[in-house]
Design a protein around this ligand. Structure first.
Ligand code: NIG
Ligand code: FE
Length: 417
């Protein structure tokens, strides 16, 4: 049992009927309680309330928050955390004028990561991904989705998904696995798209399903990658194996991917840097969540998704990091929240809603994570001393997250600056 006393403010609390997502204008509200305590039992939140009602809790470990703030852990619903090598030579090539798409056309990008992954043993991938998981946890992440997609062969994709399974066994935070075989067409199938789609359908999916290795299916719906029609086919193939869809779409072009995903009940559509009014309207009439990844256009020096238009239309906007070696080599949710405020013109409250409860919704774990509610998992963090919530996105790049608890257990603290 753990009792945290003297919390200046607990944010994202649930009193009454728990919410499963927050949409549009409601995202401006972040329910909070000042001068509060929090009680944890058996890894879950047992109670919270004003300090005036703080229980004695004999035998509990007592922690004095000394006036710091408490938030639920970030729920990062879109990452490519497992990869073999960084790609900073492409970063330099872009500084010198090449585009992300041009680099991909020349065999760099995702295919470059696939080559490196092929020669890296599973154990080495587990170790490097574990380091990254520890790092993002220190910045407050307490639930994560991780994609395959750098394998692009039966063995490679299975290897990546087994790495994700190994990470799930090691950590107490929820880890969702997404099969992204359709991330790019491998070089050996350049003249044989149909052959690769069949490989996904007839070889990869059956084995993945037999081993229970994935929760979702993804595809990169984009010019020079996979078409909306191919994406539709893959979503339907995934569904035959019980996998719901979370799809990369509208990163550089609007090709019709949103409609295809919405029609097929996708859990989320991710990126959306290029989004038409008709597509916003289409999302408005669906349960499909729009996941924004602002560190990708930041890193690629591209334009940002129209978050304000989406919020004004009443959509439940989600924020995630897209942690990957090509377009977002950082998994820090606090930086994503700063970008959301600075570049997408989201308020701090909207951004925190998007990064907590809505992130949990995008992983279908909002009943157990994403807010401070009695009975939910005790995944939360204390901040360093801050004057207000807005300080968090305002002080971009600084480590405002101080101590993180996962399932009620204190994690290794951040090094003091
Ligand atoms: O979400 N856009 C497709 N996939 C990743 C990038 C992958 C890579 O460049 O390695 C993304 O941005
Ligand atoms: Fe991605």
């Amino acid at each position: 049992m753990l009792l945290i006393r003297n919390i200046q403010t607990i944010f994202q609390i649930e009193e009454g009927a728990p919410r499963t997502r927050v949409s549009g204008a409601a995202m401006r509200e972040l329910p909070a309680l000042h001068d509060a305590f929090l009680l944890v039992k058996n890894g879950t939140i047992a109670d919270f309330g004003p300090m005036a009602q703080c229980p004695d809790a004999p035998g509990a470990m007592v922690e004095d928050a000394a006036g710091r703030m408490l938030l639920p852990c970030w729920c990062d619903s879109h990452t490519h955390l497992v990869f073999a090598a960084s790609r900073e030579s492409e970063f330099v090539a872009r500084i010198e004028g090449l585009s992300y798409e041009e680099i991909a056309r020349r065999g760099g990008g995702i295919l470059n990561s696939a080559l490196r992954l092929r020669d890296t043993p599973e154990e080495a991938l587990v170790e490097s991904a574990w380091e990254r998981l520890q790092e993002v946890q220190r910045s407050g992440t307490g639930a994560i989705e991780i994609k395959s997609g750098y394998g692009l062969s039966v063995e490679g994709e299975l290897k990546m998904l087994r790495v994700i399974r190994a990470l799930r066994k090691r950590t107490k935070m929820p880890v969702k696995a997404t099969f992204l075989g359709a991330h790019a067409l491998p070089a050996e199938y350049k003249q044989n798209r149909e052959g690769y789609l069949r490989l996904i359908e007839q070889e990869m999916l059956p084995q993945i399903a037999a081993e229970g290795l994935a929760d979702y299916i993804d595809a990169f719906c984009e010019k020079n990658f996979f078409s909306p029609a191919e994406t539709a086919r893959l979503i339907e193939a995934g569904a035959r194996y019980g996998l719901k869809a979370k799809i990369h779409t509208n990163q550089f072009n609007s090709l019709g991917g949103i409609e295809v995903c919405v029609e097929r009940g996708a859990v989320s559509v991710d990126h959306l840097e290029v989004l038409t009014d008709e597509e916003i309207e289409c999302l408005r009439h669906s349960n499909t969540l729009p996941v924004l990844l602002p560190s990708a256009p930041f890193f690629l020096n591209d334009h940002y998704p129209p978050a304000r238009r989406m919020l004004d239309a009443g959509l439940p906007v989600v924020l995630a990091t897209d942690f990957n070696p090509g377009s977002s080599p950082s998994g820090k949710m606090p930086f994503v929240i700063s970008l959301a405020c600075i570049k997408l013109r989201m308020t701090p409250e909207e951004a925190v809603n998007a990064a907590t409860l809505n992130g949990a919704a995008a992983m279908e774990i909002a009943d157990t994570h994403g807010s401070i509610a009695r009975g939910k998992a005790a995944n939360f963090f204390l901040t360093k001393p801050m004057s207000s919530l807005a300080y968090l996105p305002y002080a971009f790049g600084s480590d405002v997250v101080d101590r993180v608890w996962i399932a009620g257990a204190a994690q290794q603290p951040n090094k003091k600056n």
